[in-house]
Design a protein around this ligand. Structure first.
Ligand SMILES: [Zn+2]
Length: 132
């Protein structure tokens, strides 16, 4: 075992537990056949991931903010390709924006919870002791 600690960025990108930065937070893959679930307890350090009942309701707001940003980006890309929104370009706009939301749904589910756990939660502190 090495003395190297896991960086916060690595833990966020790879969806690791904020307490030990080793255990996975989700079961299943983001875009796999088996539906992803949030684990209740970290398999590496036994930290409770859903700290209190209803904790992940707050992730809804994070997810909402992510969705708004993604919709704005999708609209801008549609604008670059099809031009300004008129009666003729209404359907391309609608299709691009809704397809974007649908395709990015698993990504938003996963990273809204990760952002909540790693960035917006002061309750779970990183303990280098468990990071091995
Ligand atoms: Zn852990």
């Amino acid at each position: 075992m090495s003395d190297q600690t896991t960086s916060k960025l690595y833990a966020i990108v790879h969806c690791k537990c904020p307490h030990c930065r080793r255990g996975d937070i989700f079961t299943g893959s983001m875009y796999g056949w088996n539906i992803q679930h949030t684990k209740e307890i970290c398999g590496h350090c036994a930290q409770r991931i859903e700290i209190e009942p209803g904790y992940f309701y707050a992730a809804m707001y994070v997810s909402y903010a992510m969705n708004v940003i993604e919709m704005l980006i999708a609209s801008f890309l549609t604008y670059l390709i099809f031009g300004p929104l008129t009666d003729e370009t209404f359907w391309p706009y609608l299709i691009v924006i809704f397809t974007g939301c649908f395709v990015l749904y698993p990504f938003n589910y996963r990273y809204s919870r990760i952002i909540l756990l790693h960035v917006l939660s002061p309750n779970i502190k990183y303990k280098p002791y468990y990071d091995k």
